[in-house]
Design a protein around this ligand. Structure first.
Ligand SMILES: [Zn+2]
Length: 707
């Protein structure tokens, strides 16, 4: 559930659900040795005269009525044509033969492409699923071979192959690319075919040289290793009296582990002192005042408030290789910021190859999210400036019985108490689902109760295959119409426990979206949803009804109010984090040559500034740099805005579906909208643009009801 709980480091690429685009993007990120040997760095190579000659020839053949399409097609091909694709003569011959005037041959070619790309993407999806069978399914002991098969990418060279075979050039010559601005301003009036055409051309808009992608992959992986090794040995944190407030052996990764430990301490009567120590650790990391020697080192004790280091007299864990036993207090030399800048410098090398979006910032917002940066900022500010923020903060202070402190941005006390005990629920699910087959057999009933007609429930059940999972469970969609979506679920010997059932219902929501979005959709080029936030929102709608499906009563209105307050407070926190991330990237582009120390100082300033604007008045302290602790900032290249966007999108979709009864037909209509921009999807789906309003009004209503 990546959009609701930023626990795991996300992939550096926001997954686009349109399968071919996703497969090509994945291929671009993979290091293909064959691709590296290709002469891929040459700049666009066609002389103006060649373009002019081709233009005259095409106009003579097809007439002035085709002039706009001819000019567009030539420009689109020229941008990505390299010397090794052929000389001017080859270019002229190619465009002369392959340009199609509007009309029947063009329509037929569009249909062929749509079918072909459904097959290419679809078979790669099913092949990858088959290759991952050993690691994903409970089919006996895991073999070393299983890991190798799972890591093998049969599509690694797909993008290169589509250019080399000139299929990509045929697309670019005949079908339009669009800018985000066009999709936003004109897309509302586009036909489904026009949307499908723009999704057809999009994967070929840019052609990034292999060595640039290699540098990008290397920068992300270096930063990723740095973050993965950034652990704090909690038993070796000393308080003011030299005591050890944290248990032996506890090793927490920054920031997830530290933040989740801080959250868990709300349930602990002695928790506040521990939370303050964790906050001190986080601020030392952000300011790079943390002694480099204490990172992941159980040989040294550290007092993070006084920032002193001594040799530890307590042994609770084996030290990693190279851990120093010398109590060196020298600070970490801005490595954190050097890693972040490493990704920036690698992205700078991509910039000249994406002239429409010549910065990582532009690519992230315009290509990946398809929501302009200014709009994202406006959405976040609408949450951060909502006057109810003060009232929610006051409510939290009342519930805690003390004034708020900066770390209370991570308050988690708005959890509803369950009406049923976990044991009671386990008993019910185990009796109902003794095996994977029992759950599979129940899918038509589950779907009918969720509000789908008997006919649709049967259609869906027929397109969902249920498999025994090694892990907790996941959904794996298909990408061709005749393939099935797979629901992976875990059933222990005594039957399915409640946790497993709850996950299975969530994953089944993904499967239903996948089947409607692939098999029932009008254009497979539009299959999927705009981004993962939409996917998760639709799955949560299912998960939210899991008790009803067991014949029990749903969580009551009070639980809904607590959920709204929890979502608002969490969105507020992560929106602040995202604004820091966004400002930091702007600063890097304004100061491309800066030293890591200057960047560190800038990020601390930015974090303090965002804090003072939106948090200081609520949490009682100024100049706090805590928002800059997120590790995703360092290793994921401007990913953090996806979290608050995910919360807002999920809230808006769930609020819309909550009003539908039965919801089956409306759920299907939403899933069949496909991979439009988030804005177009929202307008056609829920009748309003992307907005924070549903969350803000739910939080306001909750404030009236909760005390
Ligand atoms: Zn999910």
């Amino acid at each position: 559930m990546p959009t609701s709980e930023p626990n795991a480091p996300p992939s550096p690429i926001v997954p686009k659900v349109a399968p071919l685009a996703a497969w090509i993007a994945a291929g671009l990120m993979a290091l293909a040795p064959a691709a590296l040997t290709r002469a891929a760095t040459e700049a666009p190579s066609l002389p103006e005269a060649a373009i002019e000659a081709a233009r005259k020839d095409l106009l003579a053949r097809h007439g002035a009525g085709e002039q706009v399409r001819i000019d567009r097609g030539l420009a689109q091909v020229r941008r990505v044509w390299r010397a090794d694709d052929g000389d001017a003569q080859a270019f002229q011959e190619f465009v002369g033969e392959e340009f199609l005037p509007a009309g029947e041959p063009l329509d037929a070619t569009f249909n062929r492409f749509e079918f072909a790309f459904e097959r290419i993407g679809g078979y790669f999806v099913s092949m990858t699923r088959d290759l991952r069978r050993g690691v994903d399914l409970e089919i006996g002991p895991l073999l070393p071979l299983d890991e190798r098969l799972a890591a093998f990418s049969p599509d690694a060279h797909l993008s290169d192959d589509l250019f080399a075979s000139r299929l990509a050039f045929v697309v670019l010559l005949n079908f339009p690319l669009s800018t985000l601005e066009q999709r936003l301003h004109d897309g509302g009036g586009w036909s489904r075919r026009q949307w499908a055409e723009t999704r057809l051309a999009e994967p070929f808009a840019t052609r990034i040289p292999a060595e640039v992608n290699q540098a990008l992959t290397a920068a992300y992986s270096t930063a990723d290793s740095y973050i993965n090794g950034y652990n704090i040995r909690m038993h070796h944190l000393l308080d003011a009296k030299g005591g050890r407030p944290f248990p032996a052996g506890l090793r927490l990764i920054s920031h997830w582990g530290l933040r989740d430990e801080l959250k868990a301490r709300y349930a602990d009567a002695e928790g506040l002192a521990k939370q303050r120590i964790i906050r001190a650790v986080m601020e030392r990391i952000v300011r790079q005042e943390i002694p480099a020697a204490v990172v992941d080192n159980p040989l040294l004790d550290w007092d993070p408030v006084k920032n002193t280091v001594v040799v530890s007299k307590v042994k609770d864990a084996e030290p990693p290789a190279g851990a120093s036993a010398t109590p060196d207090a020298a600070r970490e030399p801005d490595t954190r910021y050097r890693m972040w800048q490493g990704i920036f410098h690698a992205q700078q090398r991509v910039d000249p190859h994406t002239p429409d979006n010549p910065s990582h910032i532009a690519r992230r917002f315009n290509d990946d999210r398809e929501i302009p940066e200014a709009e994202v900022r406006r959405l976040f500010e609408s949450v951060l400036t909502a006057p109810m923020g003060k009232d929610v903060a006051a409510l939290i202070a009342r519930r805690l019985g003390r004034p708020l402190e900066p770390h209370d941005i991570w308050y988690v006390g708005f959890k509803p108490r369950g009406a049923y005990s976990e044991e009671d629920l386990d008993q019910r699910t185990r009796a109902r689902y003794p095996s994977v087959a029992a759950y599979a057999a129940d899918i038509p009933r589950l779907l009918t109760e969720l509000g789908f007609s008997a006919e649709r429930a049967a259609f869906l059940a027929d397109h969902i295959e249920v498999d025994p999972s090694r892990g907790a469970g996941h959904a794996m969609g298909a990408a061709r119409r005749d393939d099935k979506a797979h629901l992976r679920t875990r059933v222990a010997a005594g039957g399915m426990d409640y946790k497993g059932y709850n996950i299975a219902v969530h994953e089944m929501g993904h499967n239903v979206e996948q089947v409607f979005g692939t098999t029932a959709i009008d254009h497979t080029l539009l299959q999927g949803v705009p981004n993962t936030a939409f996917t998760e929102a639709l799955a949560f709608v299912f998960q939210d009804r899991d008790l009803e499906l067991l014949g029990l009563s749903r969580p009551d209105a009070a639980a809904g109010h607590l959920k709204a307050l929890e979502a608002f407070w969490a969105t507020r926190e992560i929106a602040g984090v995202a604004l820091v991330d966004m400002e930091a990237w702007r600063w890097m582009y304004a100061h491309p040559e800066a030293e890591p120390s200057a960047f560190r100082a800038a990020v601390v300033d930015i974090a303090r500034d965002v804090w003072n604007r939106y948090f200081a008045a609520l949490l009682g302290e100024r100049d706090v740099p805590l928002l800059a602790i997120y590790s995703h900032m360092i290793d994921s290249g401007l990913y953090t805005p996806d979290y608050p966007l995910g919360h807002l999108i999920a809230f808006q979709i769930e609020a819309h579906l909550a009003k539908q009864s039965p919801m089956g037909a409306e759920f299907e209509r939403l899933c069949r909208l496909g991979n439009l921009t988030p804005d177009a999807w929202m307008r056609q789906g829920v009748g309003a643009p992307l907005s924070a309003e549903p969350m803000l009004s739910a939080a306001a209503a909750a404030l009236e009801a909760v005390d």
